[in-house]
Design a protein around this ligand. Structure first.
Ligand code: PLP
Length: 432
């Protein structure tokens, strides 16, 4: 029998009575594809199980953190041990230094690391630091890159190639959004023009070095180096937001993969092993401006929380325990890419399938996708048909074409074969 969503539909209706839109983060509501989001009861390995008893092979991985798969024994054991010792102290612990050490080993550019509770907090704090350090006010971001929901970065481009940002949500003051300049991704010439005009006033450029929030869009060859060169020549800081791609495209993130050294880096997701964590860090001389070492204020009641630190440490130690971990993750994701490309071709569909490390994304378009405008040539209706057919065949993908997919260490070859088989059905439905 096909999948039923009876209990989830009732749970969604009830949730809407208590929670705006029934969810605590908008994309979970399935707005991009329509229908009812399954309410999840539990997860293990590569699988999610919903309250109607449906089972799914999961490629969302809680939007990136679950690189080891769900309820990995090393992570759950670390959490069980930690929880018995108390859940929060608001005082320093050895765990915080241990996770900071592990992060610095993976990301040597992060000489000092400050823990926070989410990716949003990391990018919010790092902008304050960048402004304070450079004594400049403007920030440059890229259209289609997402860095969290705080005011300075919840901006969209106005009209034109390089524009002063306009609020991307009611409630974001135009004065704040206007301090952020938005430029197209993968376009070094426009960035150079912006610096020619505003360079002396630009504190920092923040970039997803591998973009994962307009679907997966890797940087073009040489692009990140140009961004590095432009920022350096104007004395602006380069911030890599590796909240999503850190520990994903390589253990050392995009900066290791492409050999670029940013001044500051933001992390999140994987470093919390599924608990709420973010971190920012970078050059010691810059990071020493953060309180209490320096004057730039930033704090957090639950920052460095022992449960979150324990889950993060267990995750990073497990990732490094197997020297073949990243080769296997990448190999499985590549196998999925080949399978899906072949199936799409079989059904005569134009598909762009991108993959880097254990991240992937597909666009229903015949155009090359390299920035936000080209990503939006993708056919969202075709994606909705594809998505729902996959869901009803037990494959849980992100409910939007403009989100990345994630492979985990727990996915088996059989999972990938089942995904490719389900995809054949879904492509057939799209081609109808
Ligand atoms: N930066 C990037 C690149 C992200 O992908 C996200 C979230 O998806 C964030 C920042 C915000 O992180 P959080 O949702 O933990 O606040």
């Amino acid at each position: 029998m096909g999948y039923q969503f009876v209990k989830s539909a009732a749970a969604f209706a009830e949730a809407k009575e208590y929670i705006p839109g029934g969810v605590n983060s908008p994309v979970r509501s399935f707005r991009g594809v329509g229908g009812t989001p399954p309410f999840i009861a539990r997860a293990a390995g590569s699988r999610l199980y919903d309250i109607d008893g449906n089972e799914y092979i999961d490629y969302v991985g809680s939007w990136g953190p679950m690189i080891l798969g769900h309820a990995h024994p090393a992570v759950t054991a670390a959490l069980q041990k930690a929880v018995l010792q108390g859940t929060s102290y608001g005082a320093p612990t050895l765990l915080e230094t241990e996770l900071a050490q592990l992060i610095r080993l993976a990301f040597p550019s992060m000489e000092l690391v400050r823990m926070v509770n989410s990716g949003t907090e990391a990018t919010m704090s790092v902008l304050r630091l960048a402004r304070a350090y450079t004594k400049r006010s403007r920030i440059v971001k890229f259209v289609g890159c997402y860095h969290g929901h705080h005011d300075s970065l919840l901006v969209k481009a106005g009209s034109g190639a390089a524009t002063l940002g306009v609020p991307d949500s009611p409630g974001v003051p135009a004065s704040v959004a206007g301090g952020t300049i938005s430029v197209p991704y993968n376009d070094a010439d426009t960035l150079a023009q912006v610096f020619a005009q505003y360079g002396e006033d630009i504190a920092a450029v923040i970039i997803e070095p591998v973009a994962g929030n307009m679907g997966l869009v890797p940087p073009c060859e040489g692009y990140l180096q140009k961004v590095r060169d432009i920022t350096s020549s104007y004395g602006a800081l380069l911030i890599f937001d590796e909240v999503m791609c850190g520990f994903r495209v390589a253990y050392g993130g995009a900066q290791a993969l492409f050999g670029i050294k940013p001044d500051l880096t933001c992390l999140g997701k994987v470093i919390g092993g599924g608990l709420p964590v973010g971190a920012y860090g970078g050059r010691r001389d810059i990071m020493e401006h953060i309180a209490p070492a320096g004057p730039v204020y930033q704090a957090g009641t639950l920052s460095g929380n022992p449960l979150a630190m324990s889950a993060g440490i267990a995750t990073l130690r497990t990732l490094t325990a197997d020297p073949d971990m990243y080769r296997k993750l990448t190999g499985k994701t590549a196998a999925l890419a080949v399978g899906l490309r072949n199936q799409a071709e079989r059904y005569g569909l134009s598909l762009q399938f991108h993959q880097l490390g254990s991240m992937f994304g597909l666009f229903f378009t015949d155009q090359p996708v390299y920035d936000y405008d080209s990503a939006t040539t993708a056919d969202t209706e075709a994606f909705a048909v594809y998505f729902h057919t996959m869901l009803e065949n037990g494959i849980y993908l992100a409910p939007s074409q403009f989100e990345a997919g994630f492979m985990s260490a727990a996915h088996s070859e059989a999972d990938i074969a089942a995904t490719i088989a389900a995809s054949a059905k879904a492509f057939a439905k799209v081609a109808e």
